[in-house]
Design a binder for this molecule. Structure first.
Ligand SMILES: CC(=O)N[C@H]1[C@@H](OP(=O)(O)O)O[C@H](CO)[C@@H](O)[C@@H]1O
Ligand SMILES: [Mg+2]
Length: 546
């Protein structure tokens, strides 16, 4: 293939004039939007090459998720709607950082290494979020795809999970209709079907005694999730009465003091949503791939229901349905080190469902979840979904053709779930199906287990690349002196505090994260402080010592 320099810079319009180095991380490229135009053009080029390599539609999503409105980002999506394979992340980093003169050489190397031939016309499915910069970046990405003779399927302003769905359907029509309406229809219709057949479970045999409440406040983070929900809410109102706040129609600032990330990190109610005792709220993030719930009890106290609470609810439900349907499928949960220890203990000890631990970042969780017949995976921050193996799907389908209500419910639940990636809207509909089925109010759900007090803090160091971890990031191997010092702390001052702590470098920001969990809040505060100081002292902390 030929890469003429005027073509691969769009006659100089997309030149690399930057000193800045980009790195394709856990969430693709993510930084200040002003720095990204050439990167987006080049990701258009790369997406076209990936499409040629796979002879399939490839996805390109323009978003910076929960980051501030001034940021933006891009990530590529592989044919089945999954995150782009790790081996191409290095290609992405090389392409983004090449000088204009180097670029043709870098693209040639990719073509050779990946055995790409010119015979397939590239097809790239592009979506963008509501950020002001997304239009310009979209134009750059389209130009990149077209520069290599590729075709663009433009999804417009969509949630990240909708884009993943569109890519999957474009390559695998059995998954659903490849349009934005197809996604909406699939979720709406399956949800309504499930709500009508989800009778309260045996523990709550009388519908009259159900504590389930149909009223739900929706916090859209002032982003694209609110727009999508505005389309769906009227169509599901007979089963779920959603009131949309922070809806993304331009009245509030994206992700500012609202949305799933704000709610999880600050453990507080989102601004822009009326806070009245007894109310419950679901928050999604800026691109609607994460979801957390909150409620205010009758006494006015705030409660967070994070990704761990959602995961345990889903695992318990699936386990019960599998058993009722007489299906012996291997169900498992995948968490990260950030999962609250009480949630892990609940799933392991009470539900007797195996729990695996993966590194942070959904691609790692997704990969591990594939080892189960039905793999549930969730990050504590609310990003997660359920995936079904082919054999599990076939077994459920077959059982559903008999008159087993549980098997039919499982089959419908599988349709409601977006298996490609965590999907805030699909996940929240699933939560509502389960709560209604169980006849549960928020307190019932919350009572499954009680969170251990915990704290997540950050420390700035001169060079976070000196950190190395093992055991799903739960232990630090470099800097060498750090883990022994942490172990010493745990076996002395915190010996009887049921304490757990770990340190890992962020994959998305220039800092190191310290997580601490213990029996009491004061132990947690002290542990987080002591470990932060160890990091600062032993790993080149910069700025003020914690
Ligand atoms: C503790 C935490 O919430 N970490 C987040 C954050 O990763 P870091 O590598 O910790 O910066 O961003 C990731 C991408 O959105 C998300 O997958 C992950 O859960
Ligand atoms: Mg997100």
């Amino acid at each position: 293939m030929e890469f003429r320099s005027d073509v691969i810079t769009c006659s100089g319009k997309y030149s690399n004039n930057q000193q800045k180095l980009f790195s394709y991380g856990t969430a693709g490229f993510r930084t200040k939007a002003d720095d990204l135009e050439t990167v987006l053009f080049r990701m258009g080029l790369l997406a076209a090459l990936r499409s040629k390599a796979k002879k399939a539609h490839i996805g390109l999503m323009i978003t910076a998720s929960h980051n501030p409105a001034c940021d933006n980002g891009v990530k590529l999506v592989d044919p089945y709607g999954e995150m782009m394979v790790e081996s191409w992340e290095a290609h992405a980093t090389h392409v983004a950082n090449a000088s204009d003169d180097e670029l043709a050489g870098v693209l040639h190397c990719i073509v050779t290494e990946e055995h790409i031939t010119a015979d397939h016309t590239a097809q790239v499915v592009i979506g963008r979020d509501t950020r002001p910069s997304s239009n310009t970046l979209h134009a750059a990405a389209v130009s990149g795809v077209e520069a290599l003779g590729g075709k663009v399927v433009d999804c417009g302003v969509v949630t990240t999970p909708l884009l993943h769905y569109r890519v999957r359907c474009a390559n695998d029509p059995s998954y659903g209709v490849a349009s934005n309406e197809g996604y909406t229809d699939k979720l709406v219709e399956t949800f309504l079907k499930l709500q009508s057949c989800a009778q309260p479970a045996t523990s709550c045999a009388q519908p009259a005694t159900s504590c389930y409440c149909q009223d739900l406040l929706f916090d859209g983070a002032n982003g694209v999730g609110g727009l999508q929900m505005a389309i769906m809410a009227p169509r599901i109102s007979q089963a779920l009465k959603l009131t949309i706040h922070n809806g993304g129609e331009g009245q509030g600032v994206l992700n500012y003091r609202c949305g799933a990330d704000f709610v999880k990190v600050s453990q507080s109610w989102p601004s822009g949503v009326p806070a009245t005792p007894g109310s419950r709220c679901v928050s999604v993030d800026g691109d609607a791939d994460r979801v957390v719930y909150s409620y205010i009890d009758e006494l006015g106290a705030y409660h967070l229901m994070d990704g761990d609470k959602i995961a345990t609810l889903v695992v318990g439900f699936l386990q019960e349905q599998l058993s009722e349907a007489g299906l012996a499928l291997r169900l498992g949960l995948v968490q990260t080190a950030y999962a609250n220890g009480a949630s892990t203990a609940y799933v392991n000890d009470s539900l007797k469902v195996p729990v695996g631990f993966a590194k942070t970042g959904v691609k790692h969780l997704h990969h591990m979840a594939l080892s189960f017949d039905i793999g549930v995976y969730f990050e504590a921050n609310g990003h997660g979904t359920v995936i079904f193996s082919d054999s599990a799907s076939a077994a459920i389908k077959e059982a559903a053709s008999t008159d087993s209500p549980a098997a039919r419910r499982l089959a419908a639940v599988k349709d409601l779930i977006n298996e490609t990636v965590g999907d805030a809207i699909s996940d929240l509909l699933l939560v509502e199906v389960i709560l209604r089925h169980r006849g549960w109010g928020m307190r019932d759900w919350d009572a499954q287990y009680h969170d251990m007090p915990n704290k997540l803090v950050t420390v700035r160091v001169a060079d976070r690349s000196v950190f190395e971890t093992t055991d799903a990031e739960r232990r630090c191997t470099q800097p060498a002196a750090l883990q022994p010092a942490i172990d010493d702390l745990l076996s002395t001052s915190f010996l009887h505090a049921r304490a757990r702590t770990f340190v890992r470098p962020s994959g998305t920001e220039d800092l190191v994260r310290v997580y601490a969990e213990a029996a009491t809040q004061s132990h947690v505060e002290e542990l987080a402080l002591q470990v932060s100081r160890l990091v600062f002292d032993l790993a080149g902390g910069v700025g003020e010592r914690p």
